[in-house]
Every structure is written in structure tokens, then in C-alpha cells.
Ligand binder design. Structure first.
Ligand code: NOJ
Ligand code: CA
Length: 535
């Protein structure tokens, strides 16, 4: 292994074709042996990330927080939670990452604070009509005694989106009751977040992942949805609390701040919208730089549907001059190995999906562990579940813990090097059969998923036509397959069916997600990259 010690960062639009690795901090690596991942743990694994070949990391929230939603309930936006380290640790991590040639994006959670945030504490104490309540959405209830919530909105985590406080008023929380929604009509809210941006930019972060970027502005008057419509993260319905036109003015303001800093700082929107066209509105030239492509993430393993969403996404992004931003998994959804099918089939498809995704024009987000082919852990015992969804849904939805199980790094049994020997048990138990999936087990195995990702990332980085390089051109191909070429560069062919297909012999194989029998045959659920003869 070689270590990159020079800072190779450029100042151009680096995000346009970067591969950004999502570090879910509490599950990445444990530096102090308490069973929970932390910033020193991340710092100790930077060499791994740089040798994996990614360009940047996104760190999920490590700010002071009661952890009601694992850090997406922020009590102090400028402080590091002792669970994860100190501000010095964050600073050291940033410097080390940059020295490894890795950029760092941090999470910004502007839709809601924690109930432990000083503003909310003040709002509760201030009582009805107080100025402090105006920073949130407090309302009297409906019904004779105000015993009914102010409207019919439901929480993303289940149950109503309103909680009543002892003085009789209700406050809005689109997520858990511990996450009161901020009122983005309030000038102090704007000023505060602009200042928070500057705080982290001054420390040297390269960008922000904007949590619930589609949710900050609510429709005037907080109208009922009607018809018993529930809240949906990725709805096709128009909802009065998501994707309102007013959010875009906020991002125009933030863009001006980012642009004023040297070194090409960026922001990526977590915006669940009804269509790629709506998503593209977040990445207009004077707004944010990227928006996760959840339409791609949500598409089944089927050639026509994937082709349609790829075309719509590319058209949406091109329409506003932005790069497309592909994503297959994150800490909120079932891991795609499991989404795509059972056992070996799911893994086979996930490996093929990796080559498909990494060949598409634009930038790619990789969720920690997908490079190891980790499956969803679907059999966590009830008593270890921590996602608020589990409780809020009355134990009908198991929630997102299954994709958040701590990573296996090495060794034959838990904690698989997640923490030093003798560490406390990991905050979620790791399966007993993960030894073969560890980084150590896969690193030198050329057939491993980790080797596939490393090779793909190396080829992608070296090839000018990949990434943001040349345009994508579909080539004629049999039903159930997707074949495209990047300009005059490589061809990517994916067989999404179960049966082998024979393809034209494009040229030498650069990389394949499974064994190829030769003679231009591409087995089922397999992808390959080819160099075209004559290039
Ligand atoms: C999206 C985050 O990714 C998720 O983990 C969190 O629960 C919600 N936003 C609320 O902040
Ligand atoms: Ca720890």
C-alpha cells in the first residue's frame, strides 16, 4: 500500500465528477473503545479512504446532540459532541484528510434543531406569544379546548407532526418530537445558519450536505393536506411542507457565502422531490452544487426503468448546467445488496450496479460498507433497535438500523477491528458471519467487492472520458441490457436479466463485475467496461 501525502486538491469544480464517500460517523471506526464510532476513528482510517480512491468524504452530524435521531437533532451547531470527540479532533481530521488529498463535507441540519437547543429551551420557557416561540412553529390547537393539533400533517417517523406542550400550545416537528422545526420566515434563523456556515467554512470544510433541503419552507398558513394523506419522504404528491418554491431563495443566499470563500466550497441537497426536474431546481447555477439523485436510488433493477431515470436525470441536470449526482445507498435506506435481491443475486446485482453507477456522467456518492458488499442486517433483535421510527410506528416499522451496523475492518469475530481489542460492544451488534466481508479479508482478494471498487475508482479517476468527462451515448443492445459509451471512451454494458447475452465484441475488457466466459458473452446480472478497439 502506498500513502498519498501530498495535497493534490485543485480549486476547480471538483464536485462535478468526484466520488464522495459517506462516513456515518457512529458506525465507521471507534477511536476510544466505547463501541461508538468517532472522529479520531475516522482520522485513523483516512489512509484506507485515500487508497480506496475516493475524492472526498461526507461526515454525518457529529455536533452536540442528545442523539434522539443520532445527531440529526442538533443542540449546538458549533460544538462537537463528546461522544464523537472535540473541536480539535474535527480540526485535526480536516487537516489530515486534506493532506491525504481528500476533501471533507459536513452535514448541516437546518430544518429543525434538537429540543435541547438553547432556542427551543427559551421558547418553551417564554410561553405563548413570546418572541422566542416565533423561531419555531408554535400554534394553538383546534377543537373546543385546543386539544386537536393545528393541522393534519404527519411526522416522517410516524404519528402526528405536532406535540402539545403543558401550556396548551402545539409545536411542529416533521420528524421526531425531539426535533422541532425551525421557522424559516424568521430573520434570526437565516442569520444564525449563515453564521454556522461561516464557522465551518472558516475551519476549512470543503462543503455541506444539507439535511432535508426540501423542507425548510412551509406553505403559507400551514394548510391541511386533506384526504388522510400521510407524509412521504419520496412522494409523488405535492405536500405543503416539502419542495416549496421559497426554499430556493435560501440556497441563493448560501451560494453567495460559499462563493465568497477561496478553494471551491460546495453544498449538496438532500432533497426528496417528486421528479428529476424538481430536483434539478436545487442545482441551478446560483443555488447548490449537487442534489442526491434519489430517483435513481429508488429504481428497481430493471433495464427500461433505469434507462428512463438515467435519461431524465441527465436531462434535468443538463438543463441547469449541473452535474448529475448518483447514489445507491445511504444511512436512511436498506442497503442495495439486499434491495436488489436475495443472497448471491443481490450481491451480484450490487456489483454490476457499482460499475453502472461509476460509469455514468457526473459525481457518485458511496455509502460506507457498500464497497465491502455489506447486506442490510435484517435480523437485529427488537431490543437493540434505536431508530425513532421503531417506537413512533408502534413497532410496525423496524427503521434504519439495519444499514447502520458498524463496519467490519479485520479479524474473525465482532467487533472486527471496529474498535481496539477489549472495546465495549458495538452500539449495534455485528453479525457473526462478517469476517469474510472485512476490509482485511477483501483487500488482497482480486475477486472481492472491495477490489472491484478500488479498480473501478482507479480507472474512473484516470480516464478523462469517465466522471464528468464525455457525454453518454446509448448503443443498441438486446432487451434487458443497458449499453452506453462515454464519448470516444469506454463502453459500459450491463445485463440486468438472469440469462447470458451475446454482445458485439467492443474491445478488451477493462473491468467486469463477475467472471466473463469470453466470446462477447455477458452473464446475467453482470456489468463490464470495455476499451473500444482502435482507440
Ligand atoms: C435525513 C437524514 O438523512 C435522516 O437520517 C434524518 O433522520 C432526517 N433527515 C431528519 O433530520
Ligand atoms: Ca468511540
Amino acid at each position: 500500500m502506498t500513502v498519498t501525502t501530498t495535497n493534490t486538491l485543485t480549486t476547480t469544480g471538483w464536485w462535478r465528477d468526484s466520488v464522495i464517500y459517506q462516513v456515518y460517523v457512529r458506525s465507521f471506526a471507534d477511536g476510544n473503545g466505547d463501541g461508538i464510532g468517532d472522529l479520531p476513528g475516522v482520522r485513523s482510517r483516512l489512509r484506507y479512504l485515500s487508497e480506496l480512491g475516493v475524492d472526498a468524504v461526507w461526515l454525518t452530524p457529529f455536533y452536540a446532540s442528545p442523539q434522539a435521531d443520532h445527531g440529526y437533532d442538533v443542540a449546538d451547531y458549533r460544538a462537537v459532541d463528546p461522544l464523537f470527540g472535540t473541536l480539535q479532533d474535527a480540526d485535526a481530521l480536516l487537516r489530515d484528510a486534506h493532506a491525504h488529498g481528500l476533501r471533507v463535507i459536513v452535514d448541516l441540519v437546518p430544518n429543525h434543531t434538537s429540543e435541547a437547543h438553547a432556542w427551543f429551551v427559551e421558547a418553551l420557557a417564554g410561553g405563548p406569544g413570546s418572541a422566542a416561540r416565533e423561531r419555531y412553529h408554535f400554534r394553538p390547537g383546534r377543537g373546543a379546548d385546543g386539544e386537536l393539533p393545528p393541522n393534519d400533517w404527519e411526522s416522517v417517523f410516524g404519528g402526528r407532526a405536532w406535540t402539545r406542550v403543558p401550556d396548551g400550545e402545539w409545536y411542529l416537528h416533521l420528524f421526531a418530537p425531539e426535533q422541532p422545526d425551525l421557522n424559516w420566515e424568521h430573520p434570526e434563523v437565516h442569520a444564525e445558519f449563515e453564521d454556522v456556515l461561516r464557522f465551518w467554512l472558516d475551519l476549512g470544510v470543503d462543503g455541506f450536505r444539507i439535511d432535508v433541503a426540501h423542507g425548510l419552507v412551509k406553505a403559507e398558513g400551514l394548510p391541511d393536506i386533506g384526504g388522510g394523506a400521510g407524509i412521504e419522504l419520496l412522494g409523488s404528491a405535492e405536500l405543503p411542507f416539502f419542495d416549496q418554491d421559497g426554499v430556493h431563495e435560501i440556497y441563493r443566499g448560501w451560494r453567495r457565502i460559499l462563493d465568497a470563500y477561496p478553494g471551491a466550497r460546495m453544498a449538496v441537497a438532500e432533497a426528496w422531490t417528486p421528479s428529476p426536474e424538481r430536483t434539478a431546481r436545487y442545482v441551478r447555477p446560483d443555488e447548490l452544487h449537487q442534489a442526491f439523485n434519489f430517483h435513481y436510488l429508488g429504481t428497481d433493477w430493471a433495464a427500461p426503468a433505469l434507462r428512463e431515470v438515467i435519461d431524465a436525470s441527465l436531462a434535468g441536470a443538463a438543463g441547469v448546467g449541473a452535474p448529475a449526482t448518483w447514489v445507491l445507498s445511504n444511512h436512511d435506506v436498506h442497503r442495495h445488496v439486499t434491495r436488489y435481491g436475495d443472497g448471491a443475486t443481490g450481491l451480484r446485482r450490487a456489483r454490476a450496479a457499482a460499475l453502472l453507477t461509476l460509469a455514468l456522467p457526473g459525481s457518485v456518492y458511496v455509502y460506507q460498507g457498500e464497497e465491502l458488499g455489506l447486506p442490510e442486517v435484517s435480523d437485529l433483535p427488537d431490543e437493540v433497535l434505536q431508530d425513532p421510527r421503531w417506537e413512533r410506528s408502534g413497532h410496525t416499522e423496524r427503521g434504519r438500523d439495519g444499514c447502520r451496523v458498524p463496519l467490519p475492518w479485520s479479524g474473525g469475530r465482532a467487533p472486527y477491528g471496529f474498535g481496539a481489542p477489549g472495546s465495549a460492544p458495538t452500539w449495534l451488534p455485528q453479525p457473526g458471519d462478517w469476517a469474510g466481508l472485512s476490509v482485511e479479508a477483501q483487500w488482497d482478494d482480486p475477486a472481492s467487492t472491495l477490489s472491484l471498487y478500488r479498480s473501478a475508482l482507479a480507472i474512473r479517476r484516470a480516464h478523462p472520458d469517465l466522471g464528468d468527462g464525455a457525454e453518454l451515448r446509448w448503443l443498441p443492445s438486446p432487451e434487458g441490457t443497458l449499453v452506453f459509451r462515454r464519448g470516444g471512451g469506454p463502453v459500459c454494458a450491463v445485463n440486468l436479466g438472469a440469462e447470458p447475452v451475446r454482445l458485439p465484441e467492443y474491445g478488451p475488457v477493462l473491468l467486469a463485475s463477475g467472471e466473463l466466459p469470453g466470446d462477447g458473452v455477458l452473464p446475467g446480472d453482470t456489468a463490464a467496461w470495455y476499451t473500444v478497439d482502435g482507440d
